[in-house]
Design a protein around this ligand. Structure first.
Ligand code: UT7
Length: 335
């Protein structure tokens, strides 16, 4: 149950940003051997947004962050930390949190990158919540942002992965609270034994040199995925972690007002709610319009649910994600 009168953290503002360029399944049909029918049936995706030209994750994160700050009536200098979840950082190092900090103009505050793929937003939310609960910080900007499109194999060889991913960013402001509206709990998991079923192999520090023309010719710079294995793990792990977080906090599935799951595949999410007995009307789904935006998918979906009035003050919101690592996790929020 919500820990009343105890210091906790609360999402006080939320915004998102996607690039203008819309890529429909019909556009992909003209680039690779695929079809709108195959993509919609297997994934539920109809379109996604892709950047044009040289655009890094921090550039998508910036407008979302500025809007989240403006909605809260705050300045970047009011923040104590930026946490940036991404698997597609602007450059190898420094991390995108430092790059975003420079763009926002708030030198000196902490800047932390989190690389936990599709679970990156939940891990980041959890880290922010811990820092605020302990009293060490008061205001944290948590961003999930990805530019996938520049790293996809737009050829028939890469078609299984390429059709899935979209670019985008979501930003939330997390602030200290003693009220009922708060992050009630987060649960985080990983199983590195499965790291090979979804990964990018090069460039890599374990390769010397880190990248060669030969590696590029082999396409090692593109994501590799064993789709069916990932699918099977997702439909096992998501119900587990949802049950874990509800049980640990004394709630049952019927108490949940809204489920905001990571948007990887509509079939995965429909199977999960089938297993859990959650009605379809309680699940947010926008994968048809954005594809899989990885660390950005939950804040984008959450923001849309707030904007269209589905998410109201006092609602119990369940967040759940699964992705490469493998990593998975859940968050329970009293809105
Ligand atoms: O955020 C976490 C990241 N990833 C995921 O959650 C992905 C989890 N996995 C999935 O969502 C599904 O496995 C996919 C959507 C990726 C694939 O669906 P599937 O039903 O598992 O298909 P499959 O990989 O078994 O492939 C079935 C057929 C194959 O042809 P054959 O061998 O049956 O002739 C593929 O070559 O579909 C073919 N195929 C395609 N056809 C048209 C694979 N990609 C495509 C494509 N367009 N884009």
């Amino acid at each position: 149950m919500a820990r009343k009168d105890m210091r906790g953290s609360r999402i006080t503002s939320i915004a998102f940003h996607v690039p203008d360029r819309l890529v429909t399944n019909y556009d992909l049909e003209r680039m690779i051997d695929t079809s709108d029918e195959w993509i919609v049936q297997r994934t539920g995706i109809k379109q996604r947004h892709w950047v044009e030209g040289d655009v890094g994750a921090s550039e998508l994160a910036l407008p979302a962050s500025i809007e989240a700050l403006e909605k809260a009536g705050l300045k970047a200098s009011d923040l104590d930390m930026i946490i940036f979840a991404t698997l597609s950082p602007d450059i190898t190092f420094p991390g995108s949190a430092c790059i975003l900090q420079a763009k926002l103009g708030c030198p000196g505050i902490a800047a932390l990158d989190i690389s936990n793929q599709c679970t990156g937003f939940i891990y980041s939310l959890s880290v922010a919540d811990q820092f605020i609960r302990t009293g060490s910080m008061n205001r944290i900007l948590v961003v999930g942002a990805e530019v996938h499109s520049s790293g996809l194999d737009i050829s028939n060889k890469g078609r299984d992965v390429t059709v899935l991913f979209g670019d985008g960013a979501g930003a939330v402001l997390i602030e200290a609270t003693e009220g009922d509206s708060r992050i009630i709990d987060t649960r985080l998991h990983a199983d590195g034994r499965y790291l090979d079923i979804l990964k990018i192999v090069a460039p890599a520090s374990k390769l010397n040199p880190r990248v060669t023309h030969e590696m590029l010719d082999k396409g090692l710079q593109y994501p590799y995925m064993e789709g069916r294995a990932v699918f099977k793990q997702a439909i096992a792990r998501l119900p587990q972690v949802i049950n874990e977080i509800l049980d640990a906090n004394g709630y049952s599935v019927s108490d949940v007002d809204l489920l905001v799951p990571h948007q990887a595949n509509l079939r995965i999410n429909e199977m999960v709610i089938g297993i859990m007995g959650i009605p379809r009307s309680k699940m947010v789904s926008n994968i048809d319009r954005y594809g899989n935006t990885t660390a950005a998918s939950i804040p984008i979906a959450l923001c849309e649910a707030v904007e269209d009035g589905r998410l109201k003050s006092g609602d119990l919101v369940l967040l759940a994600a699964f992705g490469a690592g493998l990593t998975w996790g859940a968050g329970l929020v009293r809105w």
